[in-house]
Design a binder for this molecule. Structure first.
Ligand code: DAK
Length: 259
């Protein structure tokens, strides 16, 4: 499909999606949100894709929701806009394929929320993170008050959201937002490396691991372990489990076949 605001490329089981509005720091308007949703739905259904990478073109990952578009919105329109963002970001959490954020620059407001909706984040040394909505007289509206506090704890999330401050990639790593930080010129190749490693695993076990972690995260430990037990058992319904264990015993690399 042809998109106006995003770039999508695919090679060797990895799909790279880039927000492509560099003249507006890749700000998210309604159209970008809908295009991302459509691309992710398509990639999630594509058996040739094992892992999706999300990044931004130019010097921003995404510098937030589009302030120009939001300026004249009334409460009804703001609610609709928020809903589009929530549908997209909830979908990312439910995608069967892992999705990794390669944060190449500013990830502010809705941009940070978009990165947090990915499974994990690698960032360039010069990337910047923050929830500056408070400076605009609003609060985070694409799940920032929820995903961020679940990820780093309420006190850290409150400090960031109340002050509207901006932090470096290194600071974001220290508080658990970012997994790894790389020089800008190697960020994408490093993300592709981890994506290739993940894509070499069994699609079924990846899917079950992702859903067990995410579904289990929001329930009590006993219910979470029960989700894990059922997911674990389901692994034995596919040849991948026999292949993985046989390969270990035969001292060779496994060739997983689940889609
Ligand atoms: N929206 C629209 N345009 C933006 C933008 C944004 N978020 N960020 C940057 N731009 C535009 C600038 O206006 C400028 O456009 P021109 O003047 O050239 O036409 C162009 O991108 C280049 O930006 P700068 O000239 O400012 O570039 P600098 O390198 O000097 O600064 C910056 C880069 C990223 C530090 C700066 O642009 C900046 O502070 N941007 C705004 C960051 C921000 O406040 N982000 C949070 C946005 S609020 C909702 C759900 C969610 C949300 C809202 C509602 N509902 C439920 C209703 C989310 C809200 C947000 O994300």
């Amino acid at each position: 499909m042809n998109y106006k605001n995003i770039l999508v490329e695919q090679a060797e089981g990895i799909a790279l999606v880039k927000v492509n509005r560099p003249q507006a720091m890749n700000a998210l308007n309604q159209e970008v949100l809908l295009e991302l949703f459509s691309a992710f739905k398509e990639l999630d259904q594509d058996d040739k894709v094992g892992v999706v990478i999300l990044s931004g073109e130019g010097k921003a990952f995404v510098a937030g929701a589009d302030i120009k578009e939001m300026l004249s919105m009334n409460a009804i329109e703001a609610r609709k806009f928020g809903e589009t963002g929530h549908v997209l970001m909830n979908f990312m959490g439910q995608m069967e394929k892992p999705i990794v954020a390669a944060v190449n620059g500013f990830a502010l407001g809705g941009g940070m929320e978009l990165a947090l909706a990915c499974d994990f984040i690698y960032a360039a040394e010069n990337a910047k993170f923050g929830q500056p909505e408070i400076n605009l007289g609003i609060i985070p509206g694409f799940g920032g008050t929820q995903r961020l506090s679940r990820q780093i704890g309420r006190a850290q999330a409150k400090e960031l959201i109340f002050t509207g401050g901006i932090m470096s990639a290194q600071e974001a790593k220290e508080i658990g937002i970012v997994n790894k930080v790389f020089p800008p010129e190697t960020l994408l190749s490093e993300v592709k490396k981890v994506a290739a490693l993940i894509a070499s695993k069994g699609a079924l076990s990846l899917r079950l691991a992702k859903s067990a972690i995410d579904t289990g995260y929001n329930v009590d430990l006993k219910s979470g372990c029960s989700i894990e037990r059922e997911s674990f058992a389901l692994c034995f319904s596919h040849q991948d489990q026999k292949e993985g264990m046989s390969a270990f015993l035969e001292k060779r690399k496994p060739a997983f076949t689940s889609k």
